[in-house]
Write a protein that binds this ligand. Sequence first.
Ligand code: NAD
Ligand code: MG
Length: 361
Amino acid sequence: MSVRELEVALGARRYPIWIGPGLLGDAARWRARMRGRHALVVTNATVAPLYLERVRAGLAGLAHDALVLPDGESFKTLDSCARVFDALAALGATRDACVLALGGGVIGDLAGFAAACWMRGIDFVQMPTTLLAMVDSSVGGKTAVNLPAGKNLVGAFHQPRAVVADTDTLATLPAREYRAGLAEVAKIGALGDAAFFAWLEAHADALAGRASDALIEAIAHACARKAGVVARDETEQGERALLNFGHTFGHALEAELGYGTLLHGEAVAIGMLLAARLSARLGLAGTADAERLRALLTRLGLPVDAPPGAGADALLARMALDKKNEAGRLRLILWRGIGRAEIAAGVDAGAVRAVLEEQGA
Ligand code: NAD
Ligand code: MG
């Protein structure tokens, strides 16, 4: 299977996304996107023993170093960011230095944010090693760190110079993390691409089994869709918000059950089902579409019902705090059926409560 190449069309800031096997070892390809003499690889303690050497081998001839952070969302912080700055300073990094983010979305968001800040912005290359990072977080230029007050509160839009998605790395990804990534792939079909949704239905078993060809095809398709949305609406003034399908419910579930109980992708799977059921209740879409979505997510090994413990009232209160709301009315991404998501403002809280209660929350 050969490498697929896509582009995020952002004029002078356009960049390639490469997807396929063996890419970390194909340094000639990604080195061409690096301009200066300094490189810092940022990664974590889980990923470093598996893949850091492959990347370092490609950096011969450059002044380079690696920063290995502890693993986990709890390290996506300003403190970790300061460690990146210190490592860049120790390297003598100038404005043409490049940060290589080797890991999942936590490393990508953090290293990207540090790159956005160092000397007011230097190059970085995304080297995503989780499925979620390949199809979602590495594409589009959103970077951030968390504060005790909330996730992703401090961040910047900073586009990478390239995305290097080496699909060989997915072989070591834990099953639950892999399936969580599939939820974001399914989301891309559900929100805006009925043909891709049907393709996913046809290839669900291959994807659940990590069959390489199907996987590369799915990643490439999902990335192409996201790249298109980002090129049209880089800073989320409109269409990009549709990528949040399932996320308002999902974020409320993650927060209410305690972060770590559900993986983000699992929460999004449940959240998409809730959004689909709410759409049916409001007469926007038929229940058959919600059933198709439920069937696909189930075949991909994802949960579709909220675990007990999150009450409807508590979830509603969390959803009311969502930053997408306007003037106290719920603003949600709903749909008119598979492939047809839309922004719905002023959604009736009673209908949301009814859907939450009906599904046991
Ligand atoms: P993650 O980065 O925590 O990775 C999940 C786990 O897999 C970690 O334990 C990691 O060490 C491990 N891992 C990574 N690659 C591996 C491999 N190849 N083999 C074995 N283990 C591996 O989580 P994630 O799901 O990749 O990303 C979640 C983060 O992404 C969140 O912080 C979220 O806010 C962010 N995010 C950002 C965007 C964006 O647009 N910037 C979009 C979605 C999510
Ligand atoms: Mg998401």
